[in-house]
Design a protein around this ligand. Sequence first.
Ligand SMILES: Cc1cc2nc3c(=O)[nH]c(=O)nc-3n(C[C@H](O)[C@H](O)[C@H](O)COP(=O)(O)OP(=O)(O)OC[C@H]3O[C@@H](n4cnc5c(N)ncnc54)[C@H](O)[C@@H]3O)c2cc1C
Length: 480
Amino acid sequence: MRSPTTLASLADELRAIVGQSGVLHAGSDLLVFECDGYQIEKNSPDIAAFPRSTDEVARVVRAAARYEIPIVPRGAGTSLAGGCLPVGGGLMIVLTRMKRILEINLRDRYAVVEPGVVNAWLNQALAGTGYHYAPDPSSQGACTIGGNVATNSGGPHTLKYGVTVNHVLGLEAVLADGRVIQCGGPAEDSPGLDLVGALVGSEGTLAIVAKIWVRLTRNPQGCRTMLAVYDTIDEATDTISQIIGAGIIPAAIEMMDQGIIAAVEQAYHFGFPLDAQAVLLIEVDGLEAGLDAQRDVVAELCRQCGARNVQFAADATERQLLWKSRKQAFGAIGRLSPNYCTQDGVVPRTKLPHILRRILAIGEKHRVRIVNVFHAGDGNIHPIILYDEREPGAIERVLQASGEILDECIHCGGSVTGEHGIGVEKIRYMAKMFTADDLAAMEHLRTAFNPENRLNPCKMLPTAGGCGMEQIRPGRRAAL
Ligand SMILES: Cc1cc2nc3c(=O)[nH]c(=O)nc-3n(C[C@H](O)[C@H](O)[C@H](O)COP(=O)(O)OP(=O)(O)OC[C@H]3O[C@@H](n4cnc5c(N)ncnc54)[C@H](O)[C@@H]3O)c2cc1C
């Protein structure tokens, strides 16, 4: 079905739609798309197309349908769960040329963007207006709003402001047969089934998102940002429960452990104490009146739980510096190890001390170093497992450690993903999280949108009628 001649003829058709520079077909050009932020499994697409408009996406999808070739949508490729791994090859539709902010409407508090707009660009465009777009994944300097919609991204400020689905008003999307639909729109409420809710977080398995109406949020009048330094992880995690238990919902509570502190310090020289076992980055925001009092209560709770030091950001520059340290933490990990695998589990907040102890023990058992930086306020953990793919057996040990951590999250009453999605990485855990009936209901929904399962196959759902992930395994070239 996918002979070189067929692929060459599809490539010609695609060039007629998106132009010569909008199609990549040579193997060497496609290597860059063989994985996303999840580096353990790799496979190249057969062709990549870069449409510039909804109409071009629709025509590309219709061409792919004629050739019965699978389609993998891709934004910036920062997914950490292999969401854009082209299992079995196929056509990759890269949305990064659709990068226009089409409208900013402050009176009605929404903006309209194309899917390839990088998350941070929207807030740059909104600077000075008194409004912002709230979802702020730590990858926001690179990831696209289309990718955020597909994975229902969270971020440091999710604790107070919610995840992406809470900020999407409407979507224009291209179905698997090339038809274009709109669900929701600029108004707050739309009748009918909540298809926006269905599409957000569907990881490119239901439709290709081509336009997004997002809600804009009024900037808080003020904020107070602080860094609490701890000698033990338990003291830090205990603080989180104490703060929430006291009825205070900070805008963010982020935690970095000793390994991350050291990496960040080496890379960026922020002045973090290298002997600390954990730091919490805490921000409260809202009306100016009362913010100082709230900050003082939080700082006192930190001290009561054992913080050796609580440092306040004196001004906007210091606040920015503290946030930079958190948001660039991942970038610093390259100093620790040539490869890393970031896990993404959730536990009830009170189980944080337990899960962190278990992570330490699991790392020791499988002889892998694990460092932690995460959205602690949500109970969303991100153990980062360091490895060197050239070392024999390293990937197997990473996978075993990952599996045990996720099993423990389920055991604690949590989940196997807080925000990164299922992709290919977590597919085998779906049957642990859901009953057969749950999965069948999800499968019915996918079939309604994507009857031939050509949109992002082998992702999310391991149920019957799916692609048979057990049979079709992605190339594990990294492991060889
Ligand atoms: C350093 C780092 C920090 C991160 N921090 C966070 C964080 O704080 N919070 C968080 O939630 N995630 C985080 N992530 C994960 C990742 O950035 C997010 O999942 C992000 O939303 C992916 O966006 P992307 O544009 O890179 O999408 P991609 O990686 O390109 O794609 C992700 C998924 O979305 C699908 N997709 C992409 N675009 C479309 C579209 N237009 N229509 C339909 N489907 C589409 C793809 O098929 C794939 O399944 C982080 C990643 C890194 C590397």
